[in-house]
Design a protein around this ligand. Structure first.
Ligand code: ATP
Ligand code: MG
Length: 327
């Protein structure tokens, strides 16, 4: 079986963008592939995190993984900082990555604008991400469209290492969903929905109340044209149609047909129901799982053990090839 790898940062509570772009697709891949799903806490600290919140968010993400349907009997589910090999391979890859290439990354440029205090860790984010993926010889990486550039760097690094030394890493490919690979902010449809957005109306959290979910959709920006079309000129509406399509399974064309003579207001009301219904089972399961500390601990401990075994196999090869003396 080929290997699938992905992760989500516990940098806040997860949004429906994280769900549609990533988490939902993790579930579908579990039967066909050997999957590893990580909670990437080391990535989260590339911007300032409150320690107490980071701990809470990490367990929240784990409980959401499980509530959404990830099965620890099928997939390896673990916390990044529990497997030191990520940092170790990350260091080696850092010595092979051009500074210019990192400075050109969109995520770095966007976040560097948003935070006044920018640290080297934020610049090196894609290198750690490359280490995450390459350690496990992953063939596929299910992520949102915003991560495409980072997958490109990962492929570059794998190829560079393989040709400088010898065949070591599998070259991974990105997997993005057909609809919803880039869910936009509800308040500014020109920027992506992000869990770290300071405006809470810009995103819907998986764990928002039903009331807040409906309210945020009602207040989402559309436009004043009044026309019901699926087009880039109507980015706000297009985004809402994509969200509908992701939850209802309808195609954007079917949605346009259904609502073109009805209007935005009723569409938004229906969309509120579609999202609320779509998230209900997950929201219900979450509470129960999140309260079971012993179960969560058993999942991440077992996951770290399995992941460490696989990661260390790759790391040992890498260390040997670069010329480190085995201990
Ligand atoms: P942050 O603002 O802290 O970076 P984030 O919402 O971007 O948070 P990440 O942890 O960086 O979340 O990304 C987790 C996964 O969710 C990645 O696969 C990413 O591509 C995907 N993702 C994030 N935002 C969106 C979005 N708006 N639409 C689709 N997928 C998304
Ligand atoms: Mg992000």
């Amino acid at each position: 079986k080929k290997i699938v790898y992905s992760g989500i940062q516990p940098s806040g509570s997860l949004t429906i963008g994280n769900y549609i772009g990533a988490l939902k697709n993790f579930i579908a891949l579990q039967d066909e592939y050997n999957c590893l799903y990580c909670i990437v806490d080391m990535h989260a600290i590339t911007v300032a995190q409150e320690p107490k919140e980071l701990r809470e968010n990490t367990l929240d993400v784990l409980a959401l993984y499980l509530a959404a349907g990830l099965d620890p009997k099928k997939s390896i589910i673990y916390i990044q900082s529990h497997v030191p090999a990520h940092a170790e391979l990350g260091w080696v890859l850092n010595t092979m990555t051009g500074l210019g290439q990192l400075q050109r990354m969109t995520q770095f440029k966007d976040k560097a604008k948003k935070y006044t205090d920018v640290q080297a860790g934020l610049l090196n984010y894609p290198v750690l991400m490359a280490a995450d993926i390459l350690l496990y010889q992953a063939s596929y990486v299910p992520v949102g469209e915003d991560q495409r550039q980072h997958i490109e760097i990962t492929r570059d690094l794998a190829q560079r290492f393989n040709s400088r030394y010898s065949e070591t890493f599998t070259i991974p490919e990105i997997l993005t969903p057909k609809v919803g690979a880039r869910i936009m902010s509800l308040k500014d449809p020109s920027s992506k929905m992000s869990k770290s957005d300071s405006n809470k109306d810009a995103f819907i959290l998986i764990l928002d109340s039903e009331e807040d979910t409906r309210k945020k959709i009602k207040r989402a920006v559309t436009d004043s044209s009044g026309e019901f079309r699926y087009s880039d000129e109507q980015a706000g509406l297009k985004n809402l149609i994509n969200i509908h399509a992701s939850f209802s399974g309808m195609s954007p064309e079917e949605i346009v047909k259904k609502y073109e003579n009805i209007g935005y207001r009723e569409f938004k009301e229906d969309l509120g129901e579609v999202v609320v219904e779509g998230l209900r089972p997950l929201r219900e399961r979450f509470k129960e799982i999140r309260d079971d500390k012993a179960y969560l601990e058993s999942v991440y401990k077992e996951g770290a053990e399995k992941a460490s075994y696989l990661a260390n196999k790759t790391l040992r090869k890498v260390y040997k090839k670069v010329g480190f003396i085995p201990k």
